[in-house]
Design a binder for this molecule. Structure first.
Ligand SMILES: Nc1ncnc2c1ncn2[C@@H]1O[C@H](COP(=O)(O)OP(=O)(O)O)[C@@H](O)[C@H]1O
Ligand SMILES: [Mg+2]
Length: 603
């Protein structure tokens, strides 16, 4: 049986193959485009014939040639690029655009004030314009002001700033913040950005209207002197299409979080409804001044090294290494030159490409001290706690600041703080061993903690700036979800944030924060950064674990004691009957018994 069946099957297979071949020949319309070209007439009768022929006859018409492509090839200005890709800068929706604009202006004001050693006094105002969905964003500071000749470029040219070419901790770094906000405003309303600035009491204030010419990435401006009651400072006004909403990821939340991480700042905030919120200064101390540092040799990539060599004015390779990098002295410079087999006296600009490669390899072989860390200003454990306590009333607080570490040659510091549980959630044991309940906090004071059965609230900061978008792609979120919170007594769904009434603050400060995009919302996951983040979070987590376990022990003990409390009066009555005690003695004995019990039961 099986044999005959096999033969029949084979025959059938051959037949099927033949039929399939025939079908394929006749049904060439379903074949690849190349095949279709060979046999067009048979199957595509419905399509007009002449067009087909012309396509075959001459050189493909409408197809590009190198020459025709050359006509279309031209420079793309950065502003044209970012007009098309405004999502990269954080302007993808009217709601986010509003927040990004406020953020860029506030960041600049705070950076400028701190650099000038001035305690920041800010006004942030959102005014609804007549047209629907349009707002005027106003940010005013008491900073050093901006020199008149610089205003057009700062507000009317992308990629223009003072912070890109240096390694120093600041909120802005790429020189694309405020000009991009102005460009967005101009695109959506047609209105110019308005700037008032004054650099000192003896100098006049200037008022500018700046427009950005996107094709050329150049500013068009007009200006005049004005009267201004401020001695120094800057006021920026941008009209823009926007959407104002409260709650998560709003301007309100951003300012509140900024007040937590910057207790030295005073902010008056007027929302579109005319409500005024004042964030008072918690301290009169400015963050300690940070130093600008040279790049660390371990962090430079080959291309950058080549450019640095070409641009250098140093005369010898040794002096180049010593002066352009941090942590390179005579001994290290010599060791690098020896390892690379290059003359220490060679001219940096004359070093050939092949030699740069061996220099680059040598740098990474030689042992060099980690970069200095005085260039970083962490918020600090105490300030962080004070900021957190100011904004949320909780049962338990803890904070930690790690010692500095290095990624790609850039120093950075990670700190974490958390507030857990509603005030009064955990009972207290008094000195005499009594268990007492604490006063409960009002709901308004604990709003930030969220409900106990929701995931915790994670607040991310980079160089003191709250990050509100792209949480999923951020190294901080990855580190928090990567920690085992169950061992600290919290529930945690697999691969997610833990669950509980908790606010967790994580801050990373660095001379160069590695953001994943120009909108500066998420931090790249360098292994060194993830490691430090986890260590900081775990340090806080362990202390939280101790608190939660202790709270549970007290609660269990309280329950057991309540049983005893219930029966103590009956024991008293029993004793009174047996021993014939007076009521007074009975009550006294019950009290003694209670005291013994409280003292002797260990918690
Ligand atoms: N309010 C301000 N006060 C003083 N200087 C400012 C102010 N706003 C912006 N600047 C200057 O303009 C530059 C460009 O700002 P911006 O486009 O936001 O880029 P970035 O902050 O990344 O450098 C800043 O580097 C700073 O020197
Ligand atoms: Mg900026």
């Amino acid at each position: 049986m099986p044999r005959t069946m096999g033969k029949k099957k084979k025959k059938k297979k051959k037949l099927v193959k033949r039929v399939k071949k025939k079908k394929a020949k006749s049904d060439s319309s379903s074949a690849t485009p190349a095949k279709r070209k060979k046999e067009p007439a048979k199957t595509t009768a419905a399509k007009p014939e002449p067009e087909k022929r012309s396509r075959r006859a001459s050189k493909p018409q409408g197809k590009a040639t190198a020459e025709s492509m050359a006509k279309a090839q031209r420079e793309i200005s950065v502003s044209e690029f970012f007009t098309k890709n405004r999502h990269l800068l954080g302007f993808d929706s009217p709601r986010r655009a509003l927040l990004t604009t406020v953020k860029e202006a506030v960041d600049n004001s705070l950076d400028a004030c701190e650099e000038a050693g001035i305690l920041p006094d800010l006004l942030v105002e959102l005014q609804a314009m007549k047209a629907e969905n349009r707002y005027t964003v106003i940010v005013e500071d008491n900073g050093p002001g901006i020199v008149k000749t610089q205003i057009p470029n700062i507000f009317g040219k992308l990629l223009y700033g003072s912070k890109f070419h240096r390694l120093r901790q600041s909120r802005g770094q790429q020189g694309i913040g405020i000009s991009a906000a102005g460009m967005y405003g101009q695109l959506t309303t047609g209105n110019a950005v308005r700037i008032t600035s004054r650099t000192g009491r003896k100098r006049a204030a200037h008022y500018f209207e700046v427009r950005l010419n996107t094709a050329k990435n150049k500013p068009d401006t007009n200006d005049r002197e004005v009267e201004w009651d401020k001695d120094h400072g800057t006021r920026v006004e941008i009209d823009m299409e926007a959407e104002y909403r409260r709650g998560m990821r709003s301007v309100d939340e951003y300012l509140k979080q900024t007040a937590v991480s910057n207790p030295h700042v005073h902010i008056v905030y007027k929302d579109p409804g005319g409500n005024e919120t004042v964030y008072e200064r918690g301290t009169k101390e400015l963050p300690h001044e940070t130093k600008e540092i040279k790049p660390h040799p371990y962090g430079v990539e080959l291309g950058l090294l080549l450019k640095m060599l070409q641009d250098s004015k140093e005369r010898t390779l040794t002096s180049f290494l010593k002066h352009e990098f941090s942590r390179v002295g005579d001994r290290v410079a010599k060791e690098i030159c020896d390892t690379a087999k290059l003359s220490p006296r060679g001219r940096p600009s004359r070093i050939a490409k092949s030699e740069v490669e061996s220099l680059h390899a040598a740098i990474n072989k030689v042992k060099i001290l980690a970069p200095p860390t005085n260039c970083i200003a962490a918020i600090g454990e105490e300030t962080l706690l004070a900021g957190l306590k100011k904004e949320v009333k909780a049962d338990f607080y803890v904070s930690t600041t790690r010692s500095p570490s290095v990624y790609r040659g850039n120093p950075f510091v990670v700190e974490a703080a958390l507030a857990y549980g509603r005030e009064g959630d955990t009972m207290e044991v008094t000195e005499t061993g009594k268990i007492v309940a604490r006063k409960k906090a009002s709901a308004a004071d604990t709003e930030l903690l969220g409900a106990g059965d929701e995931t915790i609230k994670l607040v991310r900061y980079a160089n003191r700036v709250p990050l509100q978008f792209q949480a999923g792609g951020c190294a901080i979120t990855k580190a928090v979800t990567g920690v085992n919170w169950r061992s600290y007594g919290l529930q945690q769904p697999r691969g997610a944030l833990p669950v509980g009434p908790m606010v967790l603050i994580v801050h990373i400060a660095s001379v160069w924060v590695p953001f994943t995009s120009e909108s500066k919302e998420a931090i790249a996951s360098y292994p060194e950064i993830i490691k430090e983040l986890k260590l900081a979070i775990q340090e806080c987590g362990r202390k939280l674990g101790t608190h939660i376990r202790k709270g549970r022990r007290i609660a269990t003990e309280h329950q057991k004691r309540s049983y005893i409390e219930k029966y103590l009066p009956h024991i008293g009555i029993g004793l009174q009957e047996i021993l014939g005690l007076s009521d007074k003695v009975r009550d006294k004995d019950v009290e003694i018994l209670r005291g013994v019990l409280e003292r002797s039961r260990k918690i």
